[in-house]
Design a binder for this molecule. Structure first.
Ligand code: AMP
Ligand code: TRP
Length: 328
């Protein structure tokens, strides 16, 4: 039987964190074994809010290189840039004309983001339709996303169902694949908060491209407590528990194994062990990243992804035009 297709988009906003790596990328790497997987950089979604052009361009290339460096295998995934496949915007337009202003204006993300500025763009409103185009173009079965994007996959389903009803069977109805709330990595300085890309205090956040000495320093100065013993107790020892999570996720060990291993350790020794593992893992990723970032290999991967997805998208685009009546 043919493999089911999964598709996911990543917005090129800033360098990803150790939290993203442990919480999302590791699951994506598991996905690539099971599914026919399409992965793209949602750069056109990134311009729905103000972003500096050079920063955006840098983020795009970095993000692709970083994902591959983390273990996303270009042989097992089709990888491309959304903006290099012009059919997405064209298909999005046709879908927009089959989507209601009312349903878009009720989207939670739109309501939140539009509140932040008096002058938000029309793109912020139509964002979910472009996302629907991304998904529906490829007859996607599953869309792995974080819980915040679930509503957008649901509107993609609504749009597909409506279009199929009006024009006859055209799109497969996709299912969201909500990323399990796996381990949540917390901020090293305030371990009751999620480690987040947008956090203001840099000391609490490990980014995958941080200098390894900085990574070590951040872990060594992570907030702990005055208990003095290594326990997994999120309520009373959130900092230590977070470091245990980092350790076991990177080492593929169980909590029990880690607790046994560090039963006689003090916080200094324990932190050194966590720092060693993190530095070792991220150093490997960074070395591969550095090989890739200015290399033609990266462009070859993106060129191949663009050609393959443009072919698939053109087919869907032509079918849609015929059905809608956009013909001579
Ligand atoms: P974000 O960077 O918030 O857009 O998150 C992208 C994905 O990374 C989310 O869907 C989560 O699955 C994962 N993620 C982000 N931050 C963390 C974290 N601190 N711990 C675990 N997973 C995370
Ligand atoms: N909106 C998604 C996010 O911010 C990114 C995205 C764009 C996406 N198009 C997609 C995700 C299609 C899954 C499928 O995370």
């Amino acid at each position: 039987m043919d493999k089911k297709r999964v598709l996911t988009g990543l917005q090129p906003t800033g360098v990803i964190t150790l939290g993203n790596y442990i919480g999302a990328i590791k699951q994506m790497i598991e996905c690539q074994e099971k599914y026919d997987s399409i992965l793209f950089i949602a750069d056109m979604h990134a311009i729905t809010v103000p972003i500096d052009a050079d920063t955006l361009a840098k983020n795009i290339r970095q993000l692709i290189a970083l994902y591959i460096a983390c273990g996303i295998d270009p042989k097992k995934n089709t990888i491309f840039l959304q903006s290099e496949n012009e059919y997405h915007a064209n298909i999005s337009w046709m879908l927009e004309c089959n989507t209601y202003y009312g349903e878009l204006s009720r989207m939670t993300q739109f309501k939140d983001k539009s509140k932040k500025s008096a002058n938000f763009t029309a793109g912020l409103l139509t964002y979910p339709v472009l996302m629907a185009a991304d998904i529906l173009t490829y007859d996607t079965d599953f869309v792995p996303v974080g819980i915040d994007q679930k509503q957008h996959v649901e509107i993609a389903r609504d749009i597909a169902i409506r279009f199929n009803k009006k024009y006859g069977d055209t799109f497969k109805i996709p299912e969201p694949l909500i990323r399990e709330e796996g381990v949540k990595i917390t901020d090293l300085q305030d371990p009751t908060k999620k480690m987040s890309k947008s956090s203001e205090n840099q000391k609490g956040v490990i980014r995958l491209l941080d200098d390894v000495d900085v990574i070590r320093k951040k872990i060594m100065s992570a907030t702990t407590d005055s208990v003095g013993k290594i326990n997994f107790d999120v309520d009373n020892q959130p900092g230590i528990s977070n470091l245990i999570n980092i350790y076991i996720s990177l080492k593929n060990k169980t909590k029990e194994e880690a607790l046994e291993e560090f039963s006689n350790s003090n916080y200094g020794n324990f932190k050194t062990a966590v720092a060693d593992v993190a530095v070792n893992e991220l150093k490997k990723i960074q070395d591969r990243f550095n090989e890739l970032i200015d290399n033609k290999e990266l462009d070859d991967i993106l060129d191949a992804g663009r050609e393959k997805t443009r072919m698939i998208a053109k087919e869907k685009y032509d079918i849609m035009k015929q059905k809608i009546g956009l013909r001579r």
